[in-house]
Design a protein around this ligand. Structure first.
Ligand code: MD3
Ligand code: FE
Length: 215
């Protein structure tokens, strides 16, 4: 009988967060060196840049994209675009290293058949933050978003379906992967100002890769 006690327990790195949302602690740890080299290669073609919001503020987070569609913002709004506005050319292709990990993580979290066409790479320096927001520029909210954290740790703010809902604080460390689907897909969320520090793999930076089905 002892064998039955743990037979149905999930692995301890799988942490349910909210309906449809799962944390896979350290899921990207082994792949981290390859992922960081891949980010550097993407950023050589599409450098991280601090974009302007529709309200006229400059984001503290520097962003870049790869894949068929990239996320952009300027005075006219937030949207996905097939063209990098800085270069006037398509975004770099979505590297298999990122794509394969994202698809495997989505499957682990209960979303088989995830077919992302957009990959946003956010780069945080100490002090950079992302205010509470919803991700609503994607066409299909039934697809999850897969997020991979690398480098300096951050505090993720995880609210609810309404802006005024209280936000939980969730630490996200190097190698953590979170899959956001189901009802949580449209929950308000953000990142608290990054605390200063040095990470052995990234120095004074945090990266977050998100894979999305945007088109
Ligand atoms: C929950 N990025 O790029 S990733 C974003 O760490 C964004 O850079 C944060 O929010 C970052 O839009 C958080 C985790 C994440 C991404 C999208 C979500 C969580 C989400 C969409 C819905 C719910
Ligand atoms: Fe977001």
């Amino acid at each position: 009988m002892t064998g039955d006690l743990f037979a149905d327990s999930p692995p301890d790195w799988r942490e349910p967060l909210a309906p449809g949302a799962v944390v896979l602690r350290g899921y990207a740890l082994a792949a981290a060196p390859v992922l960081l080299a891949t980010i550097a290669a993407v950023q050589r073609q599409a450098p991280a840049r601090r974009m302007e919001t529709p309200g006229g503020y400059t984001m503290s987070v520097a962003t870049s994209s790869c894949g068929a569609l990239g996320w952009v913002t300027d005075r006219s709004g937030y949207r996905y675009s097939a063209i990098d506005p800085d270069s006037g050319t398509p975004w770099p292709p979505l590297p298999a290293t990122i794509l394969d990990l994202g698809i495997a993580a989505a499957r682990e979290a209960g979303y088989p058949g995830f077919a992302p066409d957009a990959c946003l790479i956010n780069q945080y320096e100490p002090g950079a933050r992302m205010g509470l927001h919803q991700d609503r520029n994607e066409r299909d909210f039934t697809a999850p978003i897969v997020s991979i954290s690398l480098g300096l740790p951050a505090t993720f703010l995880f609210g609810g379906p309404r802006r005024a809902d209280p936000a939980r604080r969730l630490p996200l460390a190097h190698g953590d992967v979170v899959v956001w689907g189901g009802p949580s897909r449209l929950f308000f969320h953000g990142i608290a100002p990054l605390r200063p520090g040095l990470h052995p793999a990234t120095g004074a930076l945090r990266y977050n890769i998100t894979l999305r089905r945007a088109g």
